[in-house]
Design a protein. Structure first.
Length: 223
């Protein structure tokens, strides 16, 4: 990328963001491009993980408490953090002019709401329904704490990806395997579907070269 174009791009993205990838802007932009391509490769599997979790949790608590569990505080006795997230979800739907239906609340509630339901405060709620939500997590491994720990790690990673933070320094092959394993606790057919759309294994080995080629094309366009 030519110096003037590079300065303009850095100005738009901010020095603070680009400097996280190095002090030399040319090499930092290269690393930043690489990171974007890696983040992009995780979108499908993270999508299926998030949607799969919320529907698995909803199935489990609907079976135990009925369909009103998510909307009736007397039914579920949510902690303040989860109650506030549902209230904000309803406010957002209302501001968008969308009807506040059960399905929309479930679909719009943030990932933090669903992972928060795995925290110790809800231990008593999970006693009879862990197998409903996570049927493929076998034996002594099927514990709320085990599931909460994994989804806590993956929520942090998911936020980095979707907020465009740096992930290239992480063990991405391990994270990818953890996502598929956690998804498999819910449903193995969902894993097969996710893998069919998964771009990580093809993108990971070539993302650096692909990023460099993108920057070379930009340089040729702006000599």
């Amino acid at each position: 990328m030519q110096p003037e174009a590079l300065r303009n791009v850095v100005k738009c993205l901010s020095d603070e963001r680009i400097n996280a990838y190095g002090n030399d802007h040319q090499s930092a932009i290269s690393a930043y491009t690489y990171n974007i391509l890696l983040c992009e490769s995780f979108y499908p599997v993270l999508h299926f993980l998030e949607v799969g979790l919320r529907n698995a949790v909803d199935r489990a608590f609907t079976q135990k408490l009925g369909a009103k569990w998510i909307s009736d505080p007397r039914c579920f006795q949510m902690e303040d953090a989860q109650f506030d997230l549902i209230a904000k979800t309803k406010q957002r739907l209302n501001s968008e002019g969308a009807p506040i239906t059960r399905g929309r609340v479930i679909g719009k509630a943030p990932f933090a709401f669903w992972t928060g339901l795995l925290e110790p405060a809800y231990e008593h709620r999970w006693h009879s329904v862990l197998k409903t939500a996570f049927p493929n997590l076998e034996g002594t491994a099927r514990k709320r704490a085990t599931i909460a720990d994994r989804f806590g790690v993956l929520r942090t990673f998911r936020n980095k990806v979707f907020h465009h933070d740096r992930i290239a320094h992480l063990n991405l092959e391990e994270r990818h395997a953890q996502i598929l394993e956690a998804m498999g606790w819910i449903d193995r057919d969902l894993v097969d579907y996710a893998v069919a759309l998964d771009g990580f294994k093809n993108r990971f080995p070539v993302a650096k070269d692909l990023g460099d080629r993108i920057l070379e094309k930009l340089a040729a366009k702006n000599p």
